[in-house]
Design a protein around this ligand. Sequence first.
Ligand code: SAM
Length: 263
Amino acid sequence: MQVTNNVKEGDHIIIFLNKRKNWLVKAEQGKSFHTHRGLLNFDSIVGLEYGSSISTSLNENMWILKPTIYDIILKSRRLTQIVYPKDLGTIAAWTGLSPGKIVVESGTGSGALTMFAASLVRPTGHVYSFEIRPEFMKIAEKNIALAGLQDTITLKLTDAKKGLDITGADIALIDVGDPWTLVQPMWDALKGGGIVAAISPTMNQVEKLSNELLDCNFVDIETLEIILRNIEARSGKTRPAMRMIGHTAYLTFAHKALKTDKD
Ligand SMILES: C[S@@+](CC[C@H](N)C(=O)[O-])C[C@H]1O[C@@H](n2cnc3c(N)ncnc32)[C@H](O)[C@@H]1O
């Protein structure tokens, strides 16, 4: 099967000038895009191969790139703290997020983790995401539509503490301030051996969460933190960047164990 690598009418594309100046825009014929470095007409962009460069009206070179799911997440509207890519990658590896998996999540927030999970489980899997606040759910809904992931995600406006109307899920994702309150509802939603991943900014949360995971019959409980250091690569003076993100969140993982007669 030949997959086209050319910009189609209506595609979301990245117009890239440099790391700090780049834009996620919709390529629509008959329309143009204005930047401080000149104007671009989409008529001359639709049909181009991704990776092509194009000159603005002020003769500045820019590149046409295909957005990744994280580009879309970063350019989406956000009212809540979103999950960083270093943490997303670890969550994907630890939980085995992949096509066909059924995922339950709470809370949706801006939908960043929801969209990331959906991009990995599609086309046959699904993400059911629970959010308590309607104003966040509305934003998540818009972000999900922008990413074109609405067929893979079902949003539910409800307090996940009260229980989830899902059973047999492969993966449960928790990103709320009081994660321990969602351990039992997630145990109920998961299939035997299913994996829970929780994102907690503080150690106090991790302690309470881990105790609750033990009490609720989860096993193989592990918490970790990913430290990321950027490297500035320059001829003859390559070294770590002076600044770094000191902390984002602790990641806690565990498997659902089935209860025995002894429990
Ligand atoms: C830190 S944000 C989640 C951010 C999200 N992971 C993202 O990547 O965009 C936490 C969200 O959980 C929601 N929340 C908190 N407790 C909840 C509950 N019991 N049930 C459903 N949603 C809840 C909050 O309203 C908030 O939107």
